[in-house]
Design a protein around this ligand. Structure first.
Ligand code: FUL
Length: 469
């Protein structure tokens, strides 16, 4: 077919439409790409625990204790948006079983609490606030439920699906359904019907992505510190992963030979706990700690899911906001000016000598265009020449992941005082890789790809200068 097209084009002397590069066997869906492009999203952990000072409730809490004095989902959404978050995920139900929306299937919810005289709906309020602030919404519906009497028997599966159905039909678009693997004593005999839950989610919200240890769309990164592996493949073999019993190191790095694409999500709380405790007001992570997490999540091909637990008033605490704002300011200052933008780039080769694949695409400011190597190549050298020597200490690299993830080893050289020196090295790149190194002054930077699973391709390269963080 291709030969015929080329012949035809030659005869009619019309330009041949250049094809994209052949994809790798495993590629993300458009929804997974859009999800990854969010980079930073927020978690809201809220339930009776904020009032009992516990991390895990036991299901015996009296709903009357849930009585926030100033609950404002507008404040949550505004704080999240100003921090650069693109989505909020709320604990609609945590392990204690208390529901933040008035579920028809249990009384253990906001409707039995004095908050708004039992007429309130935290999930509904948040959905409206997210819409107002241009944020997407996700829900965490804990499979483990210590309050519900049917828990432990098969009928709990239908109970869970009824609750899912409420959440997925009453609040507009739901972008993510988050399921953790935590289980307690009363959970021993409970067999979750994950396949039925998944089909229900996809039927009611076809664009929603499902998070769990095993996906099927987004995977847990294997720790609650918010760190992706230094090597982080989005591909993984998820068939053998048992939710709640996964090999955490495997989740952390993924698998170059994995048969599924599961974007890594790095969850971590801004405080030591997931829920609000007054004693942790002084233990909020500093802007510097958040920056460290950012480089190790967003900068390692992951999405950062940062938890902001509202306090007893129903507000995100001032200390958390202060830290978040300072974090955002540092990130903005660092990445505002890309010193490589529109600077010239050369490569030792590019695919088919075709203008569609020229190295100049790395610095054209367009993440859709890309440089690609010839089919038989697994190595390449690309050189960015700045119009004058610049001071910098960060590099950003991106692969066009719609064609799969390829690079498995690379290093970066810079010309300093007429000598090439290696300034940093890495393994995977994926959607985004950020690397930090000691400040240098240089006018020439070499991206050397040492190995890849297929012909390498890059869509973006950036050089930045971070002042003291
Ligand atoms: C875990 C839960 O047990 C924690 O309480 C928290 O919700 C965390 C994000 O997921 O599985």
């Amino acid at each position: 077919m291709r030969t015929i097209t080329i012949l035809l084009a030659a005869v009619l002397s019309i330009p041949i439409m250049a094809q994209d590069i052949p994809p790798m066997p495993v590629v993300p869906t458009p929804e997974q790409i859009a999800y990854q492009e969010q980079e930073l999203i927020g978690f809201i952990h809220y339930t009776v625990n904020a009032f009992t000072d516990k991390e895990w409730g036991d299901g015996k809490e009296n709903p009357a204790i849930f009585n926030p004095s100033q609950l404002s989902t507008d404040q949550w959404a505004k704080v999240a948006r100003q921090a650069g978050m693109k989505q909020l995920i709320i604990t609609a139900k945590h392990h204690d079983g208390f529901c933040l929306w008035p579920s028809r299937f249990t009384d253990h919810s906001v409707k039995s609490s004095p908050w708004k005289n039992g007429q309130g709906d935290v999930v509904g309020n948040l959905a409206a606030s997210c819409r107002k602030n241009g944020l997407r919404l996700g829900v965490y519906l804990s499979p483990w439920d210590q309050h519900e009497p049917s828990y432990g028997s098969d009928s709990y599966n239908s109970f869970y699906m009824n609750q899912l159905e409420e959440l997925l039909t009453q609040y507009g678009e739901i972008s993510e359904v988050w399921m953790d693997g935590a289980r307690g004593e009363n959970a021993k005999d409970m067999v979750y019907d994950f396949p039925a839950w998944r089909s229900l989610i996809y039927r009611l919200q076809p664009k929603a992505l499902i998070f769990s240890d095993a996906g099927p769309d987004i995977r847990w990164i294997g720790n609650e510190r918010g760190y992706a592996g230094e090597t982080c493949w989005s591909t993984i073999n998820s068939d053998d992963i048992v939710i709640g019993k996964a090999d955490m190191a495997y989740l952390n790095t993924g698998d170059p030979h994995g048969r599924r694409w599961l974007t890594g999500e790095c969850d971590v709380s801004i405080r030591p706990g997931w829920f609000y405790h007054p004693r942790e007001d002084s233990l909020v992570k500093s802007p510097q700690q958040l920056i460290e997490i950012y480089y190790n999540s967003v900068g390692r091909n992951g999405v950062l899911l940062l938890n902001l637990p509202p306090d007893r008033r129903g507000l995100i605490h001032e200390n958390d906001i202060r830290s978040l704002k300072a974090f955002r300011k540092i990130i903005n200052n660092t990445f505002r000016k890309n010193l490589a933008l529109r600077q010239s780039v050369s490569a030792d080769h590019y695919r088919q000598q075709n203008p569609r694949f020229v190295p100049q695409h790395l610095t054209d400011g367009d993440n859709q265009t890309y440089w690609a190597a010839a089919d038989d190549k697994r190595q390449a050298t690309l050189t960015i020449s700045l119009n004058k020597p610049r001071v910098f200490n960060r590099i950003m690299l991106q692969e066009p992941i719609r064609f799969g993830q390829r690079v498995s080893a690379f290093h970066i050289d810079a010309e300093v005082d007429g000598q090439w020196i290696t300034i940093t090295r890495g393994t995977t790149i994926g959607y985004k890789r950020l690397l930090r190194f000691d400040t240098i002054k240089s006018g020439k930077v070499r991206i050397v790809i040492d190995d890849a699973l297929g012909p390498p391709a890059l869509s973006n390269a950036g050089l930045f200068y971070a002042t003291r963080e």
